[in-house]
Ligand binder design. Structure first.
Ligand SMILES: Nc1ncnc2c1ncn2[C@@H]1O[C@H](COP(=O)(O)OP(=O)(O)O)[C@@H](O)[C@H]1O
Ligand SMILES: Cc1cn([C@H]2C[C@H](O)[C@@H](COP(=O)(O)OP(=O)(O)O)O2)c(=O)[nH]c1=O
Length: 208
């Protein structure tokens, strides 16, 4: 399977992934062919059900939570992502394997070897062609999560500031696959200026 067109977006909660994915979706579609946008947790009926369940269940044991994410990932890959790639689509995915290493590993305390092994056992150790890690200033991403509409907030959005800092660090320390880090130049980097950085890498990657 050619994963070159499989692009994932990673970063802390409120980093601005969804905004940039929408911009990239329109740009790719106009100039580089069909695009499919998906997300984790989610992406399939099973994944979306799991998303609702996980986001409402704060007391899941770390290994159980990890196994659920990975089982859903295998299903997502087999049912949705691989067929779309086989049909020539670009696939843009909001979070994927890196999130598990950061949240269940770096933050949740599970060994990286365990997480990798479980992915391999469940046939979900899939490394995307390109992974954008959207870095953010924790004070800013934290403030954005606090501002979220209360109907959209889940217990994960209530995480304290130190968790935002730890997530940022875990993404910085992570080395897996082809990662491009988009760093904000300053605290008040606008959506448009972040998008300019994306386009720079996008043009480079698509022309290769
Ligand atoms: N660079 C930015 N500057 C200011 N606000 C932003 C920026 N990027 C995103 N936002 C806003 O922050 C909030 C979270 O963005 P979103 O794309 O949903 O983040 P994520 O998908 O990473 O959780 C949204 O209200 C969005 O409009
Ligand atoms: C895919 C994945 C997500 N997560 C977490 C990260 C997020 O906090 C949450 C999904 O929430 P989501 O709303 O997608 O994230 P965001 O706030 O960035 O828009 O699930 C894991 O812990 N492990 C995983 O493998």
């Amino acid at each position: 399977m050619n994963v070159k067109k499989f692009i994932t977006f990673e970063g802390g909660d409120g980093a601005g992934k969804s905004v940039q994915i929408q911009k990239l979706y329109h740009r790719l579609k106009q100039e580089h062919g069909p695009v499919y946008v998906t997300r984790e947790p989610g992406g399939t009926a099973l994944g979306e059900t799991l998303r609702t369940m996980i986001l409402r269940t704060p007391d899941l044991a770390p290994k159980s939570l990890c196994a659920l994410f990975i089982a859903a990932r295998h299903h997502h890959w087999a049912q949705v992502i691989a067929p779309a790639l086989a049909q020539g689509f670009w696939v843009l995915c909001d979070r994927f394997i890196h999130s598990t290493f950061v949240y269940q590993g770096g933050i949740g305390g599970l060994d990286f070897e365990f997480i990798q092994l479980l992915h391999e056992q469940l046939e979900a150790y899939i490394i995307p062609g390109l992974t954008f890690v959207l870095q953010s200033v924790p004070t800013e991403s934290y403030a954005r999560c606090q501002r979220r509409d209360s109907s959209q907030k889940n217990y994960l959005d209530q995480r304290n500031f130190s968790i935002h800092c730890a997530v940022e660090k875990a993404y910085n320390d992570l080395s897996l696959g082809n990662i491009v880090r988009i760093a904000p130049g300053n605290l008040k980097e606008t959506e448009e200026s972040v998008w300019k950085s994306f386009q720079h890498y996008l043009l480079k990657e698509c022309s290769e």
